[in-house]
Ligand binder design. Structure first.
Ligand code: HEC
Length: 145
């Protein structure tokens, strides 16, 4: 009888603790700012900038090489997300203005460990933008790259 009471009590405690953890987890995710929130903070001046290489057919390939050299370590192969940084294939990035991505590259999000890339010449930053944007465009068959 005593064993049963102890068992019931233990089960009750586990369930209560579980519910508490779940509630806490929910509260934390709600409070936490989206990892992509920074893009929305780009100044209008940048958001309105057009990618000067938008029609340059080599920009995507050049951007891919730059990405593999500088970004892949954190953002993962094909920008699909890595241990240190989020995917750049996410809707938030794919729908962001090209100029907003350029702004992120130029200024970084240093307090959140996204480095500043202003040492890369502007055309290279735009090549990176072209590459990132190419990841969201479905190919002829409708499949994503
Ligand atoms: C040292 C790791 C690291 C490297 C290297 C790095 N990033 Fe990031 N990057 C991050 C982190 C972390 C974030 C998320 C910042 C935040 O929380 O706002 C981020 C955010 C971004 C974003 C904005 C989307 C978002 O998640 O807010 C873009 C675009 C981006 N990175 C592109 C690049 C490109 C292009 C390169 C290479 C030139 C690069 N990053 C290199 C760590 C890195």
């Amino acid at each position: 009888m005593r064993t049963m009471r102890v068992t019931t009590l233990s089960i009750f405690m586990v369930v209560t603790f579980g519910a508490w953890c779940a509630a806490r987890g929910r509260a934390e995710t709600e409070e936490k700012e989206s990892v992509y929130a920074e893009l929305a903070k780009a100044p209008e001046k940048y958001k309105l900038k057009q990618n000067p290489l938008a029609n340059d057919r080599d920009a995507v390939a050049a951007g891919k090489v730059l990405f593999e050299e500088h970004c892949e370590d954190c953002h993962g192969a094909g920008a699909a997300g890595g241990r240190k940084a989020p995917s750049l294939r996410a809707q938030e990035v794919q729908e962001a203005a090209p100029g907003a991505i350029f702004w992120i590259l130029t200024n970084g999000v240093v307090r959140k460990k996204m480095p500043v890339w202003s040492k890369l010449p502007e055309p290279e930053r735009w090549q990176l933008v072209s590459y990132i944007k190419s990841l969201g465009a479905p190919d002829a068959a409708g499949a994503r790259k």
